[in-house]
Design a protein around this ligand. Sequence first.
Ligand code: SF4
Length: 571
Amino acid sequence: MWKWVASDAINEGGAMKVTRRDLLAWSAGAAAGLLATPVPWKVLDDVSIWSQNWPWIPQPARGPVEVKQSFCTLCPKGCGLRVRMAAGWAVGVAGSSTHPISRGALCPLAFAAHQLNWHPQRLRSVCHGSNRSTWADAQAAFAHASKEGPLVVIDGYPGRAASSVLESFAEKQGGSYRVFAPAELRALASYERWTGIPAASLGYDLENANTVISFGAPLLDGWGTPGRFTRLWAERAAGMRDPQLRLIQIDSSLSRTAARAWQWVEIREGSESALASGLAGALHEQNLVPAHSPVPSMTLAESAAQTGMSVERIRELARLVVAKTPALVIARDDDPAVAALNVLLGSLGKRGGIVRHSEQVKPYVAAESVIGSARAVLIDASVPWDFVPQTNAEIFRFAAWDGGGTKADWLLPAPGFLEDLTDLPTAPGCSALTYGVAPALVKATSEVQSAAQFLCSLDGSLPTTAKIIDSRCQDLFRRREGSVYAQEIFEMAKFTSVQTFKEQLLKGAVWAGEPTASPEFHCSLKEWPTRTRAVAAESWATEWRAPVMPPLASKLYQESGLRESPSRRNA
Ligand code: SF4
């Protein structure tokens, strides 16, 4: 047996021999010993604290914390917001339950909207082509261009005080004011063509409908103002075998709306118009609608072949549609055959159908219309970044965020989230008039201008947004109609001065008109529409106007997109 003797080791070489293995063993022992002491942890702690306090590291705002009521202005729905502020900066948002339409709901992307102002793609300086420029140069270039030739101004959120400024400037210059309409207004465009009544003054009286037939509109998944239909459905339909509000969802896939609807009618992708024609034929065949209304040329058998449904199932669906009236048909975009069903059912200008909430709104030229020989095109920040006008004119594009790949000659930094005073007219598709005012709650962190401010600085005779808001408040106060929704609901008659009324609005209250005061209108359709249009689904994700998303929402959006097949999303 081997035995180690210390004297042997010493005597062999005359001195103690240190091998590499010994060194490694000592190092490992020293490291293990050091870890058992507080020294490394203390050093790590000190370095972390020291590096957090470097002057260039952003610090969270410190100061009084308060909650303010306002509105989300990122799209024309104008949902009510509760904004948590710290030292004058927005640090969180939530839905406001006092808003009469959104009723506490927000779309998922808006929950982190306060982060958008700090997004890396925030547009912070004027750009001309790929070079940095100045506001003075942009103003000079725009003034020069608008003197040289016709001007086109494009707005994505019509009806605001800022829209009046854009429209007035275009009119004074002999130019053209155009509107990029959201999908809900495009779905009402057929009625505008048939009656001459602007689509922006029409809305869906969902609150009084008993049967809603949705042709692919994602009513329970982001359609319209968040919270409006979902709350109605929760109150009048959810969990009931025979609900007060029947939702019939016509869809090619088991979408989230289809899964929760009273009935899901499965059809082939893109055959909505064929089913609408088939339903019209079945309604006539069973004498369920007036005989003098237009009859489609498509037969029931043809409709069945295109939709993949049986003729008997289409007949049965026609009976269901009229079983519990008022019945309201909703298309997901501009689809004349689907819209014509409301004419057939007598749902236009009626309680529980398509109603007209205002006689003041003018019809607008669509932003997509051909731009002739314009010299300059000014695009407001409310127009979706993806919209590219087909023109060779010089393009002045206002935007709060740079979405990249733009055709614009000038990029002009616009106010971001809650950085600008704006008013909120009635949201698209609503059945009653509403009005709100969103103050500038936070300071802009760079030199920004809205398109309306830019035009007012060029033409001093234009009224500013603030002045137009003042006169609108005075007008509402004088009319003494409707109610104001704040923590309580006040009748307009309770306000003793326009000042107190305006103060309430600036604190996040909403004025709402009387839904029953809707003027009646009629439409007599002579022929069944044969023209069909390519339709696109509308939802909170497709209606998001900013070219960027809050970091918190990006993942959510990507995962939400997995719900539908790519072909459906690209439709
Ligand atoms: S739908 Fe979303 S983005 Fe539009 S106003 Fe409401 S919360 Fe804002």
